[in-house]
Design a binder for this molecule. Structure first.
Ligand code: KIV
Ligand code: ZN
Length: 517
């Protein structure tokens, strides 16, 4: 009989560290939608935000804690009383809630950022863990910048925080400086040296500044780590975090090297990747491992021939195991409400009430009038561009028309309503989208600056929906508006108004950076 394998805990931080990617802000409803997908994928721990960072972050953590039943819901907190109390409040509704508290332990961070002596840092860490344990039994402690910290100091602080009740000890490679051999050995040495190490799970959290986040995380797993912190599509601060899909599939594919098991249902990987990409406006590069459009595409004749003869000649994983087979024709003009609802549910999109389902069904019907074949990607785009319930519809596109002719400047006429009042605006621009945005601005005068404009064809064919992201910034606040339509200029106008509505609703949000204490 084979021995039971160790469980590798998958801790997803797309909603917290992922959101720290410049420009990747998400609304509360969007976070809940992603969290539900992560839960469906059977992620063990969902880090839903940094509750103290803003009212919006607090509300989002709380909403995720209310919505998610099966995964543990976690909030980040600096090793500060106020942070920990706020995190505790936010995770209260969770079936299982975790407080993740951290303080920097490297000489450079302690001296320049915290301006604290190591003994003070140790005291604050123990106090933080002790306080957090008053609110939940599940406390994680992170030694920020662990990969550049002194070994003996780490031994002392880890032993003390485990004694104070931390069940998970996270050793982040905060600045992406680690190298796989060295980072992995750090885990082994610490686990061997710390007398009470067996009372905690050791965790990795790697950033990708040198492109080594996944390699470093896997090396840590080979040296005793039993939790990996990661994000969908590798989203995250600067160059991002270790990509969840790569970690999960590497562990599954190389069981000979990493005989541990995750609880992840990998079939939800591709739909979740798409959802995160469409919500954040961060496209997935075609050659990205696992979730890139070309990840399973074999172009060379020799490879195709080999695959036809014996699939394993060139394929180490099956596309359908990570959810690629969901890209199939599912619905059309004649599909009924029940079929549409069932397909939405298969994609992890559950409507809380009949009105929301009715609205989605109406949009589906509109789309089916314009587009013959409705794919899963279309359904996802359709939902992404529906105004979430927490966004007020100040600005609405009523209709628009365009005049374009080779050799002349395009001219846009936009009919829109602002808080119920109708306006007509016209403008010329260097292109049809430019003219449309200028027309909208002539009414709105938003004072925003455009940070990103991207348009992607959601499916193949010229009747594809165009999925547009518009990123606007105002006074340091950033929002991502999304819009989808078979007409990409209409999609652009919708995305622009969605971004304006987001700014009007929440004033946007600035990103919680790793501040000092
Ligand atoms: O990168 C980092 O060190 C972090 C910690 C707060 C866990 O994100
Ligand atoms: Zn991080």
């Amino acid at each position: 009989m084979s021995a039971a394998k160790d469980r590798l805990v998958i801790f997803d931080t797309t909603l917290r560290d992922g959101e720290q990617s410049p420009g990747a802000s998400m609304t509360k409803d969007e976070k809940v939608r992603i969290a539900k997908m992560l839960e469906k994928m059977r992620v063990d721990v969902i880090e839903a935000g940094f509750a103290i960072a803003s009212k919006g972050d607090f509300e989002a953590v709380k909403a995720v804690a209310e919505a998610v039943k099966d995964s543990t819901v976690c909030s980040l907190a600096r090793a500060v009383k106020g942070d920990i109390e706020r995190a505790a409040e936010a995770i209260k509704p969770a079936n299982r809630g975790r407080i993740h508290t951290f303080i920097a332990t490297s000489p450079i961070h302690m001296k320049y950022k915290l301006q604290m002596q190591p003994e003070q840092v140790l005291d604050e860490a123990v106090k933080a863990v002790t306080l957090a344990r008053n609110f939940t039994d599940d406390v994680e402690f992170s030694l920020e910048d662990a990969s550049r910290s002194d070994f003996d100091f780490m031994c002392r602080i880890i032993e003390a925080t485990i004694k104070a009740g931390a069940g998970t000890i996270n050793l982040p490679d905060t600045v992406g400086y680690g190298e796989p051999g060295e980072y992995g050995r750090m885990f082994k040495r610490l686990i061997e040296a710390i007398p009470n190490a067996d009372r905690a799970i050791f965790s990795t959290h790697c950033h990708n500044d040198l492109g080594l986040a996944v390699a470093n995380s896997l090396s840590a797993v080979m040296h005793g780590a039993r939790q990996v912190e990661c994000t969908i599509n590798g989203l995250g601060e600067r160059a991002g975090n270790a990509a969840l899909e790569e970690i999960v599939m590497a562990v599954r594919t190389r069981q000979d090297m990493m005989p541990v098991e995750t609880g992840i249902n990998a079939e939800h990987i591709v739909p979740t990747s798409r959802l995160v990409s469409s919500i954040t406006g961060f496209p997935v590069q075609p050659n990205k491992a696992i979730v890139g459009a070309n990840a399973f595409a074999h172009e060379s004749g020799i490879h195709q021939d080999g695959i036809l003869k014996h699939r394993e000649t060139y394929e180490i994983m099956r596309a359908e195991d990570v959810g690629w087979n969901t890209n199939k024709l599912v619905l059309g003009k004649h599909s009924g409400r029940a079929a549409v609802k069932a397909r939405f549910e298969a994609l992890g999109i559950i409507f809380d009430n009949k009105d929301a389902l009715d609205a989605a069904f109406m949009r589906f019907k509109d789309l089916a009038d314009k587009k013959h074949e409705i794919f899963d990607e279309d359904l996802q785009a359709l939902v992404s561009e529906m105004e979430p319930q927490d966004v007020v519809d100040h600005y609405q596109l009523t209709s628009m028309s365009l005049n374009t002719q080779t050799g002349t400047k395009p001219h846009a006429t936009v009919l829109m309503s602002v808080d119920g009042e109708d306006f007509t605006a016209e403008a010329k621009g260097s292109g049809p989208v430019d003219a449309t945005f200028k027309a909208i601005e002539s009414v709105v005068n938003s004072g925003t600056s455009l940070k990103l404009y991207s348009v992607n064809a959601i499916t193949q064919g010229t009747d594809s929906l165009g999925d547009v992201t518009v990123r606007l910034e105002k006074n340091g606040h950033i929002v991502n508006g999304v819009g989808a339509d078979t007409d990409i200029v209409v999609a652009s106008a919708k995305a622009y108004m969605h971004a304006l509505n987001l700014l009007a609703t929440e004033g946007g949000k600035s990103h919680p950076q790793h501040g000092g204490i």
